[in-house]
Design a protein around this ligand. Structure first.
Ligand code: FAD
Ligand code: SF4
Ligand code: SF4
Length: 503
């Protein structure tokens, strides 16, 4: 029968270590790890033990025979990943399924080291994977600090509310909050009067996992007109982010244009077109649900600068978009190259996911036709947000001519951007903190993990290996005497945190 990994996989590789026949790939040791959209099960070797399904924090693993509707595609998607490869090892071929290499203990601090005390700044995936690594592999005490009154970073305030299985990964983090060697300090902003040196009074090292909260700009005229918004605002709004006002997004318009074709753009399109009854039972913010109830939005246009072969979405997310009840997915057929690329695409390529999707030519000066739809327009570079006092249209260029798309709402979903961290060096180009395997050179006891370390890309699970590398470097530094344990005093930490919280 075999099991298959499905849409919600966040590639954290938890399942890899529990599989008795090593049939889940790529593993963290393989070069492809971190470069695939998800992990895959080799159906030729799977022995149906179900261990991976039990271990998966987001319920992504299912027996193939129980897949229904659009999820059935995952049986083929998993199998396709292994096409042309040898089966890992068939269970019936050999009772010895793993070769036992020499043991190595890369996380061991000798008992003669005083207990390590580490501050982790940020309770999102990178921060929590770093905390987990320290708690599980050393006897460190960890203070997890977050500026928001609610933990989990983008798992809480980024992942779309209609993806409850993905949000479930937070339960794993919440268990760690209860650990006797973990102290969670919410509503405490580092940098706002609470400095790196203050933290080093009470800790031996500080791991900054503060994410990349800003948005990238289009750099076109009219971008700041009312009605033109960053996706960070829209995503924060429907997720109830404390920094985003309940009235920050107005759905009093029939057409919304989203610039971008990454998974965040797809999330925004899907949520804005959701039937209120379909999302009422999710974690959507009450004000967003109320707005959906009176929403006039019936068409969301996704704009891609280049052709279908360069779309930024992942296959699982676009496949899901093809099967939304009551929402049609259409490709704008304004240029013959688009249809040709889709029709000629190889079976498991990105453009092939659009084979069979309707294609039409649109008159963008007219209001949207009846019905709800998502239109993907490729070969469309925004050149101007047009309007006098507020957004009236978006002008796009295909390199030859321009088209004006009538719309009152433009949402730019072209990526996140990190912000400088007080006291740490900064690389303006990549908007990250320069580091060497997580160590911030030139700043005593400073380490980075997650999006602030490697830039804003990669799903939740990618941060596990990233945080693991930083923790590994920190422990190496302890062993090499570059970080001295026992320097951070426990006394006075509570006072410091509550002073910072009340500031
Ligand atoms: C809209 C959106 C949807 C996504 N959906 C998915 C999905 O469905 N599946 C998936 O696998 N991945 C998804 N991702 C990617 C995933 O969320 C990221 O890989 C991950 O959250 C990055 O982790 P991080 O810990 O580096 O940053 P974050 O999750 O942003 O966490 C950073 C934390 O640091 C805190 N912080 C920041 N500055 C300070 C400070 N000065 N002091 C104290 N605390 C501070 C913040 O409040 C935040 O809690 C999504 C990303 C976005 C933007
Ligand atoms: S069901 Fe068992 S054998 Fe199959 S992939 Fe999962 S853990 Fe491996
Ligand atoms: S989310 Fe993690 S545990 Fe679940 S299938 Fe993906 S890699 Fe495996």
């Amino acid at each position: 029968m075999a099991f298959a990994i499905t849409q919600t996989c966040c590639a954290d590789a938890t399942c890899v270590s529990v599989c008795p026949v090593n049939c889940i790939h790529p593993t963290p040791e393989e070069r492809a790890f971190g470069n695939t959209e998800m992990l895959y099960i080799d159906p030729r070797s799977c022995i149906d033990c179900g261990a991976c399904a039990d271990a998966c924090p987001v319920d992504a693993v299912r027996p193939v025979l129980t897949l229904t509707g659009p999820e059935q595609a995952y049986a083929t998607i998993n199998a396709d990943y292994f096409e042309g490869t040898e089966p890992a090892r068939r269970a019936e071929d050999s009772p010895t399924l793993h070769a036992w290499g020499a043991p190595h203990f890369d996380r061991v601090l000798g008992a003669d080291f005083p207990r390590l005390r580490v501050a982790v700044i940020g309770s999102g995936p990178a921060g929590m994977y770093a905390a987990e690594d320290l708690i599980l592999h050393t006897d460190a005490e960890v203070t997890v600090i977050d500026r928001l009154p609610v933990p989990d970073g983008l798992v809480r305030f980024g992942v779309a509310p209609d993806h409850p299985a993905t949000k479930q990964v937070a339960e794993k983090f919440h268990r760690l909050h209860q650990h006797p060697r973990v102290r969670l300090a919410l509503g405490v902003e580092v940098g706002d009067g609470l400095t790196h040196e203050d933290l080093l009074e009470h800790h031996d090292a500080v791991i900054y996992a503060v994410g990349a909260p800003a948005d990238r700009r289009l750099g076109v005229p009219g971008e700041d007109l009312p009605g033109s918004l960053p996706a960070t605002t829209v995503v924060g709004w429907y997720n109830g982010h404390p920094d985003v006002a309940a009235d920050a997004v107005d759905l009093d318009t029939e057409r919304v244009v989203v610039v971008g074709t990454g998974n965040v753009a797809l999330d925004v399109a899907r949520v804005l077109l959701s039937a209120p009854e379909d999302v009422a039972a999710t974690a959507i913010a009450p004000h967003a649900l109320t707005a959906l109830r009176t929403s006039k939005v019936r068409e969301v246009v996704l704009l891609a600068r280049r052709g279908p072969e360069h779309a930024a979405w992942t296959r699982p997310e676009i496949l899901a978009l093809r099967h939304l009840p009551g929402i049609e997915l259409v490709v704008d057929d304004h240029d013959p190259r688009i249809g040709a690329t889709i029709d000629d695409a190889a079976r498991d390529s990105k453009p092939a996911t659009l084979q069979g999707v309707a294609r039409r030519v649109f008159d963008w000066t007219l209001p949207p036709a009846p019905g709800r739809r998502i239109v993907v327009r490729f070969l469309a570079t925004p050149t101007e947000v047009r309007g006098d006092l507020e957004t009236r249209a978006l002008v796009v260029s295909d390199g030859v001519g321009t088209t004006e798309i009538a719309t009152a709402r433009v949402i730019r979903a072209i990526g996140h951007r990190g912000q400088p961290v007080p006291g740490l060096p900064w690389d303006e180009q990549s908007a990250t903190v320069p580091h060497e395997a997580g160590r911030v050179d030139g700043v005593r006891g400073a380490y980075v993990a997650g999006w602030i370390k490697r830039g804003p890309s990669g799903g939740i699970g990618t941060n596990r290996r990233c945080a693991g590398e930083s923790v590994g470097t920190l422990l190496d530094d302890v062993l090499a005497g570059r970080v001295s344990t026992g320097a951070g005093k426990r006394r006075g930490l509570g006072r410091l945190l509550s002073r910072a919280r009340n500031r």
